[in-house]
Write a protein that binds this ligand. Structure first.
Ligand code: CO
Ligand code: ZN
Length: 328
């Protein structure tokens, strides 16, 4: 399957931090409306597309939200104080440009501090590039959210963009739905909300759908560099089948199922153990009396930065693995 640059660029550029997913939900509905049998939005905001079937209920989940910052206070000088929405770390954002839903921007600045490694969020502020108190007062208020500003870029084999976590998962599900293989299975494509603040959307979606099998599609870290984290996953080495992270120990039968499907269908795969983080599979596998669950991960460098990097051929392998699960 050819990589669809326009679609991924659109998904990555879409402003939708946790709890503010309307933009991306509308965009995805528009993208998939001709392909699904049913489309619904639940109370929390999860987008659920269904391809009806009489056999097993399969749930796929990719989260629509992205990490960002939320304004906590606008000070007298017109600087914006903020807190994090999801996994944003103070020492990693100094100097970065942020953008709000209305297109206005700010740059993350820091008070004088001795040790930048130990900087806390309370020492940071957004400078929105204006000396006009009215401009600041009229345009920024407590509760407003912003996200990294960064432009989509690609080489022959890889992509740099923001919010690959987890817009690349959304991309994979959109492409899988567009090419939905013939099957008797009852397939639910969930585009979930609020993953980055604790997999909240997946919790209600898992409960209401009550599937026989659940697979989350999300990014994972890599052990590509010499002194980086010790991890087996590498970009360019195929779809990663998760064995464990902080939210799930993959059901042995799901691990075997995904492995067998990868082997049967000549899909390049690797195993993943992630020593931090979790995915939508976390809450879903503990729904009701338990749901056999697993994760297909896209190996991604620089997670939660403004320049996450993934490999296009890994994405193609992930789509093939999703399709293999659908037809099983
Ligand atoms: Co994330
Ligand atoms: Zn994610």
């Amino acid at each position: 399957m050819n990589y669809n640059k326009e679609l991924m660029k659109k998904l990555s550029d879409c402003f939708a931090p946790s709890g503010r997913e309307k933009n991306i939900r509308d965009m995805i509905i528009n993208e998939i409306k001709d392909y699904a049998d049913e489309i619904s939005v639940d109370t929390l905001g999860n987008l659920i597309a269904r391809k009806k079937g009489k056999c097993k209920k399969i749930l796929f989940s990719a989260h629509m939200d992205q990490i960002g910052l939320i304004i906590t206070h606008v000070d007298e000088k017109g600087f914006l104080r903020f807190s994090n929405v999801g996994g944003v770390h103070a020492k990693e954002i100094i100097g970065l440009r942020m953008v709000f839903d209305n297109g206005l921007e700010g740059v993350v600045c820091s008070e004088e501090i001795d040790d930048k490694e130990k900087v806390e969020m309370s020492k940071l502020f957004l400078d929105v590039a204006s000396t006009s108190k009215d401009f600041v007062k009229n345009n920024f208020k407590i509760g407003d959210m912003c996200v990294f500003k960064s432009e989509y870029y690609e080489t022959e084999d890889c992509v740099i963009c923001k919010a690959a976590d987890d817009r690349i998962g959304c991309y994979i599900l959109i492409e899988a739905l567009k090419s939905h293989p013939k099957t008797d299975n009852d397939v639910y494509y969930v585009f979930s909300v609020q993953e980055e603040v604790g997999c909240r959307g997946a919790k209600t979606a898992g409960y209401s759908i009550n599937p026989d099998l659940a697979i989350a599609i999300d990014v994972t870290a890599t052990g590509d560099t010499e002194d980086g984290i010790k991890m087996d996953v590498k970009i360019g080495e195929g779809a990663a089948i998760k064995l464990m992270d902080k939210s799930i120990i993959t059901h042995p039968e799901v691990k075997d199922l995904l492995t067998d499907l990868a082997v049967e269908n000549n899909i390049k795969y690797q195993y993943e153990v992630l020593e931090f983080g979790g995915t939508d599979a976390g809450p879903i596998h503990m729904t009701r009396d338990g749901v056999p669950s697993g994760v297909i991960s896209i190996p991604t460098r620089n997670l939660h930065s403004s320049g996450e990097i993934f490999n296009k051929s890994d994405v193609a392998e992930c789509i093939k693995l999703v399709q293999a699960v659908i037809s099983k």
